[in-house]
Design a protein. Structure first.
Length: 277
C-alpha cells in the first residue's frame, strides 16, 4: 500500500523546490540567453532607397549591478555580426550608480553600424548621472540625442532620427527633436518609455518609435505573461504595435532590475528591417 504520509511529504518537497529551481533557471540560464528577434516593419512615407534598411535595437542594459562585462561583449559580438545599418539604444544603461560606468560600458565602444550608433536617456539614467553617461557615449563617437534629431540621407531620400528625454524622469520634446525635419521625411524616434506612444502618435508625421523600459515583464508567467509592469510601460509591454501613423516596437531589454533573473522573458536583441508601406 502506498504510504500517504510519504506521498504528502514528497509533494510538499516538490512544491518547495520548484520556486528555487525556477529562480535558478531564471538567474543562471535565461538571463544569459539572448534572443535575436528579426522582423519587418512597414513605415509610411519611407522612400525606396531606405527599403530594407536594418536597425538593431537594444535597451535596458542596467550595466550595474547585474550585467557583467563578458555578457556585454557577447551582445556586442552578436550585434556586429548582424552588420546593421544603424544601432539604436533606448536607455537605462545604469540602475542607480554611474561611478564605474566608463569601465562597464567600454565594450560598447566596439559597436559598429553603417550609419552610426544612436542612443537616448532612460529614467534610471536621468535619475543618476545623465551628463556623465551622455559624455561617455559621445566620446565613443555615438549620437546621444537628448531632445535632439538629425537626418540621414540616401539617394536624396531622408530618414530623420530623433532621441527624446525620459517621459518619466524628464521632459520629452518632439517639437525640438524634429526641428529641421523635412515635411515628407519619416522618422525613427528613440524614447525610453513605450506608453509615450499615445502622445507621439498625435504628431503629424510618419514614425517608428523604439522603446524599452518594461523588460517585457522580466519575470513572467508561462507564455510570457507579465506579472508587473512599470509606470509608463503598463499599456505596451513588448513587441510591435500600430497606432495610426505611428509604429511602436518595445524591446524586452538585455539587463535586469530587482531580481537578478528572467523567466519566460529572454533578453532581446532586435533586428528591424524597414519596409516601404
Amino acid at each position: 500500500m502506498i504510504n500517504r504520509r510519504a506521498l504528502l511529504k514528497k509533494a510538499c518537497l516538490t512544491a518547495l523546490a520548484s520556486p528555487f529551481a525556477a529562480f535558478g533557471y531564471g538567474r543562471f540560464v535565461e538571463r544569459h540567453w539572448f534572443e535575436v528577434v528579426k522582423l519587418d516593419v512597414p513605415l509610411r512615407g519611407l522612400g525606396s532607397a531606405w527599403d530594407g534598411f536594418r536597425i538593431v535595437h537594444i535597451s535596458d542594459l542596467h550595466l550595474e549591478p547585474h550585467l557583467h562585462v563578458d555578457q556585454v561583449r557577447q551582445a556586442v559580438q552578436t550585434i556586429n555580426a548582424l552588420k546593421p545599418g544603424m544601432i539604436a539604444m533606448t536607455g537605462d544603461f545604469v540602475s542607480s550608480d554611474a561611478n564605474t560606468f566608463e569601465s562597464l560600458a567600454e565594450p560598447l565602444r566596439e559597436l559598429k553600424a553603417e550609419s552610426g550608433v544612436f542612443a537616448c536617456h532612460g529614467n534610471h539614467d536621468a535619475w543618476t548621472q545623465p551628463e556623465r553617461i551622455a559624455r561617455t557615449f559621445r566620446s565613443f563617437g555615438f549620437h546621444y540625442l537628448v531632445n535632439q534629431g538629425m537626418g540621414l540621407t540616401r539617394q536624396n531620400e531622408s530618414l530623420w532620427i530623433a532621441g527624446l528625454e525620459s517621459a518619466w524622469a524628464g521632459r520629452p520634446n518632439i517639437t525640438t527633436a524634429t526641428k529641421g525635419q523635412p515635411s515628407n521625411s519619416p522618422g525613427i524616434t528613440l524614447v525610453h518609455e513605450p506608453d509615450f506612444a499615445d502622445f507621439l502618435s498625435q504628431a503629424p508625421m510618419n514614425q517608428l518609435q523604439l522603446s524599452g523600459h518594461t523588460h517585457g515583464g522580466q519575470v513572467c508567467l508561462p507564455f510570457g505573461i507579465p506579472l508587473l509592469l512599470p509606470n509608463w510601460g503598463k499599456k505596451y509591454a513588448k513587441g510591435l504595435f500600430s497606432l495610426g501613423r505611428l509604429q511602436l516596437y518595445v524591446n524586452r531589454g538585455l539587463g535586469t532590475l530587482g531580481p537578478d533573473a528572467r523567466f519566460a522573458c529572454r533578453p532581446e536583441i532586435t533586428e528591424i528591417t524597414l519596409r516601404s508601406a
